[in-house]
Design a protein around this ligand. Structure first.
Ligand SMILES: *Cc1c(COP(=O)(O)O)cnc(C)c1O
Length: 486
């Protein structure tokens, strides 16, 4: 008898039938997604079920799948649902899901070596180069998301400013610390990147925004002058193409001018908005993005690619190699065989082993095309404008920020509005009707609807506003007494 420790199926015929059933369940789920609640909390019995001990003995695949269907799938985050507008989460595509399965089947390690999965990633990076008008010298990498892409951009900018020697000598720049600039509306990961790179978030200047929530470029220029005058080393300007709170797009051309004037690195955080370049009507909003030294963007948001998939693009790829490649390994690469084909992705970022993220991007872009993807993005902006118009027409509602792209910030008008609106958001979540999120604008609690999912349509945004009005009326008529502290 053949003795084997292989983990492959004993019975491929049964496996095939089980695989078909699993695929059918997921397609049924996605095709009926709008019928269920957006979100529901996982009951404690379900959570308890996941405190079991490490399994020594095998469980049949059908039993594991049964648990997925009953204990995981119904209690997921809900961003595939058309009435999920809480955070900037994409809706995903069926093609992307299937690609993810194929990629896992290949089990390619995209850290390096000479094989087609890496060529697919290079193709996706070249597509981004083309979309954003970057030159042929540009390099890039698919990463988990824009938090990582912004970190890599900061590392490349830092190494460029201090010289490659700083990789060994360290980043302290005695007497002349590096200073970076971004707006007060920038994502928290920019500040975190300053911390992780050892530059310190105290050396990130958060420049005020104007009435449109875009960086105030005059205040930026003044802050740079002041730092130069006190002997600091301004090295990096980070612009945002779609802020997380309101969807505002900074004056990217203005930022490119300021960065060029001072020989500074210009990085754009395009996590939320950059892929809007695919829509002809949105592209002019991003004028100046083609001048960035580096650009972070997310495929898993507006690009609708399943999680996780972000991208860093660097205008002069040599700077990215300078920051990450280990010259001893990189220069000693083979010129023939499977170990050839450099530079490898591991020369451009911190990961060695990397999955085949590019396949789900490639499948999504190939099967949808940029025109349809762009139309879906422009559609979410049209919905946001429609929603804003209704908010402005409803006396009980108040619009709290101008609508720039696909994010709408509003609230129910009443006494004690901060607390009432927090309750409304929780009620909306728990009712399963719709999921918005909360943000604070000028010290006031706002209900924030980020319309990212391609499945969202006008009845969905109407349902959110109808339910907001209903819950708001309920709370505004109930006085909430705080228990007296003895
Ligand atoms: C989402 C987002 C990020 C972080 O990106 P992840 O993909 O979640 O890591 C950064 N900046 C902005 C503007 C974002 O919207």
């Amino acid at each position: 008898m053949r003795h084997s420790t292989s983990l492959d199926p004993r019975d491929w015929v049964a496996m095939r039938a089980q695989a078909h059933a699993m695929l059918d369940d997921m397609l049924d789920h996605l095709s009926g997604i709008a019928q269920g609640p957006v979100w529901r909390p996982a009951p404690s019995a379900v959570r308890e079920a996941f405190r079991e001990a490490l399994p020594a003995r095998p469980t049949p695949l059908h039993a594991a799948h049964e648990r997925f269907m009953t204990q995981i799938l119904p209690y997921s985050v809900g961003n595939t649902h058309p009435r999920f507008m809480g955070w900037v989460h994409g809706g995903g595509t069926v093609e992307g899901m299937l690609a993810e399965m194929l990629a896992a089947g290949l089990n390619a390690n995209c850290g390096g070596r000479d094989h087609m999965p890496i060529e697919v990633e290079r193709q996706v990076v070249r597509w981004m180069r083309e979309l954003f008008g970057f030159p042929d010298t540009a390099q890039g990498l698919l990463v988990t998301g824009s938090s990582m892409a912004n970190l890599i951009g900061t590392v490349v900018a830092r190494t460029h400013a201090l010289g490659v020697r700083s990789r060994q000598a360290g980043v302290s720049n005695p007497g002349r610390p590096l200073v970076a600039y971004t707006s007060q509306a920038a994502h928290g990961c920019i500040s975190q990147a300053m911390e992780i790179t050892g530059l310190g978030s105290d050396f990130l200047r958060r420049i005020p925004v104007n009435a449109r929530h875009e960086i105030d470029t005059r205040a930026l220029a003044a802050a740079i002058e002041a730092d130069l005058a006190s002997g600091m080393h301004p090295f990096l300007v980070v612009g945002t193409a779609g802020t997380v709170d309101t969807g505002a797009v900074d004056d990217l051309a203005g930022l490119a001018d300021i960065a060029a004037r001072h020989g500074m690195w210009f990085h754009v955080d395009g996590a939320l908005g950059a892929l809007g370049m695919m829509a002809a009507e949105l592209a002019p909003r991003f004028a100046g993005i083609e001048r960035a030294d580096s650009l972070a963007l997310d495929f898993h948001k507006w690009g609708q690619v399943p999680y996780d998939a972000g991208c860093i693009l660097v205008r002069d790829g040599n700077h990215q190699l300078d920051a990450f490649a280990a010259p001893a390994a990189y220069l000693a690469r083979e010129s023939r065989g499977l170990a050839a084909g450099g530079p490898w992705p591991c020369d451009l970022g911190p990961d060695l082993s990397r999955g085949f993220r590019a396949l789900k991007v490639w499948f999504t872009f190939m099967t949808q095309g940029t025109e349809r993807l762009g139309a879906a993005m422009a559609g979410t902006c049209a919905l946001a404008r429609r929603m804003a118009a209704r908010i402005q027409a409803e006396p009980e509602l108040e619009l709290l920020a101008p609508v720039s792209l696909n994010v709408v910030c509003f609230r129910y008008r009443c006494e004690d509005a901060d607390n009432v609106n927090r309750r409304i958001i929780a009620d909306l979540h728990e009712s399963g009707i719709a999921v918005p999120s909360r943000t604070t604008l000028a010290g006031r609690v706002a209900i924030r609807a980020a319309i990212v999912n391609h499945r969202t349509s006008a009845p969905d945004t109407d349902a959110l506003l109808d339910a907001t009005l209903a819950f708001g009326r309920e709370h505004a008529h109930v006085r909430h007494f705080e228990p007296a502290i003895p």
